[in-house]
Ligand binder design. Sequence first.
Ligand code: SER
Length: 913
Amino acid sequence: MGYLIHFSIFDFSHTSTSMTAAEIRAQFLEFFRQREHLIVPSAPVVPQDDPTLLFTNAGMNQFKPSFLGLQKPAAPRIADTQKCIRVSGKHNDLEEVGVSPYHHTFFEMLGNWSFGDYFKKDSIRWGWELFTQVYRLPKDKLYASVYETDDEAETLWKSETDIIPSHVLRFGKKDNWWSMGDTGPCGPCTEIHIDRGPEYDTDPKAFVNTGSPRYIELWNHVFIQFDQQADGKLVQLPAKHVDTGAGLERLATVLGGFRSNYDTDLFQPIIRAIADLTGKTYAQDENGIPHRVIADHLRCLTFAIGDGAMPGNEGRGYVLRRILRRASRFGRKLEMHEPFIYKLVPVLVDTMAEIFPEVKERHAHITRVIEAEESHFGKTLDRGLEQFESVTSSVRKRGETIIPGEEAFKLYDTFGFPLDLTQLMARENGLTVDETGFTSAMESQRQRARAASMFEKVADVEFLNFLLEGSDVIKSEFVGYDTLKIRTRLTFAGFDSSRLVIAFTPTENPFYMESGGQVSDAGTIMVLDGDEHFGFRVVRVERRDDITYLYAQPNEQFDLSDFLSRFKRSSQMDGMLEVSPAHRIPTQYNHTVTHLLHKALRETFGDHVHQAGSYVGPDYLRFDYTHFEKPKPEELARIEERVNEFIRENLPVTPKIMPIKEAQALGAMALFGEKYGDEVRMIEIAEGDHVISRELCGGCHVKRTGDIGVFVIKAETSAAAGVRRIEALTGEAARAFLSSQRAKVDDFIELLGSAGSDPVEKLKLMLDEKRKLQKELDYLRGQTAASSMQDLAQKATVAGGVSVVSARVSADNMDQLKEMGDALRDRLKTGIGILGTVFDEKPSLVVVVTPDLVKAGWDATPLVKEIAKLLQGGGGGRPHMATAGGKRTEMLDEAIAQAASIVEKFATQVAAK
Ligand code: SER
């Protein structure tokens, strides 16, 4: 660590020694434990039930429902260290990373909370006590900022602490008002800052909140009192709370006497590993930026992937992909052209496993996902960098400073460069990117793609457009959760004559349209016209805005022209609509069971398990979920058993409509990337306090879990890196599957003749027996071949001065033919053997040469090639043995007959060697 400069702006002689991050963390938690705080584990960085948030960005996120008065906290006072990621939305530090010594994508936030318990006075008092008495920070270097109108906080600073009174400063909304996002809990805050001394900034204007590295914020205490609404209004909360947050990395820097967070023991092991791996020494100046960015991004990727996030093309996944690509690109600066970031995971895991055991548990998954991503991007990165060079040089040649949007888009589209990566590289070159041009290039590509995909379905699209132009259609109310059959008014919305499809719009509609993995319903429509009935099959369900279109084909029993003479487009009529129970009921089994399976998976593997996709149809269900390794057979058996237990408990399945905040407070699982309105539908599987599952879901479900009957896992596979897939059956399909499995087992037992004994044991014995017999057979075959080769060897003729044997033999495959060749060579002592045979309806040859002749210059390869020409084939091998195959089976005897003269031809060449 020779290159680390220990800075002593403070006199550390009065502190024990400079503190490690682990000590700082432990002392923080201990301090609050002694003040009756419950110490809780960090929540995952992937929020479990808040679709408004990409990543956990503050310690208080997990307590949001408690601040809003929706949920009782586990205790009135809580403290923890929270894993946080700030890369998007309101709190985003990405651009600063690596350049700034104390901004990160991932960091730990130490925090303490009061839920309607203590307020400003204790928060300030304890804050001062911890900083000055436990951490022993120099009082004269500390500053407190308070919100411009918060007289109370200022007074408390002066009465409760011995801070230098002139060090209490007032700031406006930008600096001293904290809110979680555009909506949610918020309030005025007071922050503790430290003056690190003029060595950090000689600018005389440097001061608190000027962005100077000399004055940095260490601890924020927020006095949460309001819930900010989307329109900016502040709604007073039922109680007053405290929410504090102190970045561990900064504390480690200041208390360790370091200049930069990267010099602390949270980062140094990683930075050293990067230097070792790349052979590039770390420097604290600009040259160390790649090391710092990679170390930072590694932490972010590791914790996010460990908590179940996956790199991808959208939302949270794209954030991770961007981060990884930035890191990869900084790897190129260190001349790393192969994936290497994944190799750093173990070092990070070692430094963090004690406090966050999940990264240790999931390190194999994390490593695999990072490696897969790196190697994927690695394929285009170098070419993309060349492309970037050529773009920048032509921009410069033109005397310009802006990279055209289309060029940035090409880097994105062809080489996978996220816009922010191109922007970052542009900045490094003193250039900028035309962002508007980029967006419009992206948009026109989207339109082209949309046009292309529409082209394939042109008939459907034209038809739908035609329908949408119709005016007299009725809005449809979905009644299918409870009703499968209903008589209702229908409008004739349109007729597609090429496919004999009529579209109806029903007033009340029982047909579910594909959504959330659940397939569209199938069923029938019976149009009632006086005594006449016209039957249709529903082949497709479409919905646009509030109108549902049922595409239906006529049953064969009636004449469509009769129907069309009675009804015109826009005519209204009565109809009986019926969703096929044979289609819907098993679909419901399969839907409810995905919720049970989700629960069983999380119970078995942990909270990193998230739904990553599903198919819910009448025939089977498929459930994709994030998990790092192939489940063991006993884990799968356990999961299957758990789901069946839930089924046997026969729990009520209750849909509930409620405000999203309430659902969140109840811990309902939401699918990330889904857009939820203010009112949501939550499916609860619970009996009283015994809650199995709560998920936001618009699908169709059974009334009680017992309806499902039975659940069987049929297949377990990998769906993508870090995503596993389960295919399963329920109800009658599961029973039929089990019964066909049993029939197979019965057949198997009968064939084995093992009735009454264990068929598996019997099969094992038989397989052993088979292996033994095979061995014997191989031996005997060898013996037979040897003796017939002995006979052949005796029939050798002489050609070109050497003994030659050529014969047609019978062999079943190339291995056998080669074995015969070996046997022949052994028997020949000196000479050349040529054997031919036919298997798989094709001729094959082997040529063998004894070692003395190989020494003398003979080579089986050209020989076999030459002979194989007669068979229209080719081959190869080594001097002592070569093989060939051919096409002309009928020429095999001829080829064998000519073999000796071919040997003779080669003799002159050999003699010449
Ligand atoms: N929530 C506040 C912050 O993130 C204090 O913890 O700064």
